[in-house]
Every structure is written in C-alpha cells, then in structure tokens.
Design a binder for this molecule. Structure first.
Ligand SMILES: *Cc1c(COP(=O)(O)O)cnc(C)c1O
Length: 417
C-alpha cells in the first residue's frame, strides 16, 4: 500500500507547500518519520484523518470563553453545538453525569481537579514519581508539588503491584484531602474499588487520573473509574486516539465546581477546533470497530510482553492488562538509556521509565499506535524478536532498521487514498 505524502483536501499541506515550503517540508518529514519507524511510545497514537480535519478547521479561529449558551463572546452559536455534542458523546461513552471537554491537556485536567476540590497546602496521597506517578502527582518541579503537600505510595519492589496495605496505612497516618490513583507506567488494571474504600475510610476525595487507560475504558477493555472516583481526569490523545487534549468526568454534584475550576480559574478561551476534534474522536470510540481496536491493543501488548520475556528481558509484573508494559533490558547486558538509543537507531521509538527497583531505568512500550496501523499478534511477536536483536548486538541495528521499514511500509498509518 502506498504511503500518503500529503493529507488530501482543501486544508492539505499543499496549501502550506506553496506558501511556506520550509515548514511544509517539516510537516512532511514528520509524517515520513512517523510512517517509517515504529511508534512504541505508550502515550502516542495516530488520530484519524477526520480528527485531523477538525483540528485544521476554521473553528481554530473562534474565541469562546465560557460554556455553551453562556459565552463571553458573540458568534458562538455554531461552536456551542460542537461543544454540546462533545459533552453528550463523552457522557454517553463513559456513563458519566457530567463531562468537561475544555481542558487543554491531561495536566490541565489534573490542575482543574485539584482546583475544584483542594486548597493550597492540602495533603494529597498519590503514586510517588519514582514508582510511576505523573509530574502532576507532586513533582517539586510542577505546580502540584509546590502548592500541595504530597505523600507518595509505591509499588511492591518484587511484584511491581500497587501495595494497597501501604496506601491504607499512609492514608490513616496522613489523612489526605484527596487520593490520586493513576500512573504513567502501571501495566495492570487499577483496583478503583480498593482506592474508593480507603478514601471513604479517611474522608478523602478520590481522583482517578486515567490519562492512559481511558481509551481502553471507552472500548470496554479496562474497568471504568467513573463509578468510583469523585473526579476522573483524562487525556484524549493516548489510546483514545483523539486530538491532543484533556477532559474531566464527574457526578452532577461536582459539575459546577469542576466547570469553574477549568474556566475561568485555570484556563481562558476554549479551543473549539480541538473540542470539535474531541467530539469526532468520541464518535469513533463509540463504534464496534473501536471496541475491537481496544481489545486488539491489549492482545498485542500481551504478545509483546510474552515475546520480550521469552527473549530474556525482565517484564514488570510478569505481563500486562493494558496497552503498556515496562521492561528491564539489563539481562541483555544494556541499561535503559543505552537500550533506548540502540532501538532508536533501529527505527523503534520509545521512552525510558522508572522501574519498581529504585534507581534502575527501564523501558516503557505501548501498542496503541501500531494497532491503529493494523498490526496484529503476528507482527507484534516479530517486533519482540527485532527488539531483542537490536539490543543484544549493536551491529544488528542496520538489518533491524530495514525490517522495520518494510513492516511499517506494509501498515502505513495514513494510507494514500
Ligand atoms: C499523560 C498523562 C498526563 C498528562 O497529559 P498531558 O496532556 O501531557 O498534560 C497526566 N497524568 C497521567 C497519569 C498521564 O499519563
């Protein structure tokens, strides 16, 4: 199948090419990079041409502070409909009473959740950053660590699983105002009921930061945090496959506080092109095709975990329930950073990450993007072999690079029409 070198239509890069060839070349270069290397970054995916069309639309021109029917600007009657559709689709998709689709990113959604429920100086219990917490879960370099008093729970160094006894003990000791569950690298389903129980025991709010698994939730391939958490924060661009952005879900009693926490407290004008693109993505996520996709993502991740384990890598928790896994390449004689470099040279793009054993950097991989390209278990099993080959022997990188080029050529993310 030929790879598209332009995105078709009146909003195509052809227009840019005539006006500004320098920038057009960068857009095409990035398309070529994404199309000829393997995107194993667990947080990435390929949005559909329909989502890209909404993002590149004149809705980008519109100022729309406020909410549908209550804007601070004129001329919002059409974009209001876009936002109402996005909200209704999100509520239906996740079975939530209320959805706010204005958050510019996952981090903005978390900031808004804290703003809705907390005051500066409050104590918050969240997964510690060395164990897989996000920057917004108390990093000193982030607003969260500066404005709140974070206490970190961890994972068991042997099993790699969340230590629920530790969560309970820390909650009883520190009496947090909120407990955050969610991670950038936890490969297993989160036991939301267990977190709810602890939150209830100490009178804390439960915030689920489901940035990673929310797309699996949409496709029925992971448990939903919506029945358990007071507020669910999420991104729309990871497994969910929408535009880069965030959202919040909550019950009707917190709806007004959450909305005010997003606008006017932490954000200004809503990005209506992104909100329209979110609506398109929610529409896609409600289809049987997306349900099949979400289950295939998990099936592929399991095959990848098995394959890497068979090649001798140490797979955290022994496998995965989700789209992501983390591995320690040390048994193959390389550390995480060296491994990332060798894999990049071989055309496999991924991140290093924290591992349950402190001070060891591992690798985090995900299958959301390659599954969107149409790759299945056979291709994923082959990727595990190529992965280990590139790690074991630096000189094998060239051959692996050629096979990656061939594989991605057979599964183009944006096939030419
Ligand atoms: C990705 C992620 C975020 C932040 O998303 P951005 O859009 O990059 O701000 C927040 N929390 C968790 C757990 C994430 O995985």
């Amino acid at each position: 199948m030929p790879v598209a070198h332009t995105l078709e239509g009146p909003l195509s890069v052809d227009v840019l090419g005539r006006q500004d060839p320098e920038l057009a070349e960068i857009l095409l270069g990035e398309l070529a990079r994404q199309s000829t290397t393997l995107q194993l970054i667990a947080a990435e995916n390929f949005t559909s041409p329909a989502v890209l069309a909404a993002l590149g639309s004149p809705l980008a021109n519109k100022y729309a502070e406020g909410y549908p029917g209550a804007r601070h600007h004129g001329g919002c009657e059409i974009v209001d409909v876009a936002e109402r559709i996005a909200v209704e689709r999100a509520k239906a998709l996740f079975g939530a009473d209320h959805a706010n689709v204005q958050s510019h990113s996952g981090s903005s959604a978390v900031l808004a959740a804290y703003a809705a429920l907390l005051r500066p100086g409050d104590t918050v219990l969240a997964m510690g950053l060395p164990h897989g917490g996000h920057l917004t879960h108390g990093s000193p370099a982030n607003f969260s660590g500066r404005w709140f008093d974070f206490v970190g729970y961890g994972v068991d160094p042997e099993s790699g699983l969340i230590d629920h006894e530790q969560v309970r003990t820390l909650a009883r000791t520190h009496r947090p105002k909120a407990i955050v569950c969610g991670s950038i690298s936890y490969p297993r389903h989160i036991d939301y009921a267990a977190f709810r129980e602890v939150a209830d025991e100490v009178g804390a709010y439960l915030i689920a930061d489901a940035a990673h698994p929310i797309g699996l939730v949409a496709g029925g391939a992971a448990p939903s945090p919506v029945p358990y958490a007071d507020v669910v924060c999420a991104t729309t661009h990871k497994v969910l496959r929408g535009p880069r952005g965030g959202m919040l879900l909550c019950g009707s009693e917190l709806a007004e506080r959450v909305d005010r926490a997003v606008f006017p407290f932490t954000q200004g004008g809503a990005q209506m092109h992104t909100i329209a693109a979110k609506a398109v993505a929610f529409g896609e996520a409600a289809t049987p095709a997306f349900t099949a996709y979400a289950h295939q993502v998990v099936a592929n991740a399991r095959v990848l975990a098995q394959g890497l384990a068979a090649e001798g890598l140490a797979v955290t928790t022994g496998g995965t329930d989700t789209h992501l896994l983390t591995v320690d390449p040390a048994p193959l004689g390389v550390d995480g950073r060296t491994a990332r470099g060798r894999l990049a040279a071989a055309g496999m793009v991924l991140d290093t990450c924290a591992l349950p054993h402190p001070d060891v950097r591992g690798l985090r991989l995900g299958t959301a993007a390659l599954t969107t390209q149409g790759m299945g278990e056979a291709e994923t099993a082959r990727i595990a072999v190529l992965f280990a080959t590139a790690l074991r022997d630096e000189s094998a990188g060239r051959g692996v690079r050629e096979e990656v080029r061939d594989l991605t050529g057979r599964f183009p993310p944006y096939p030419a029409q």
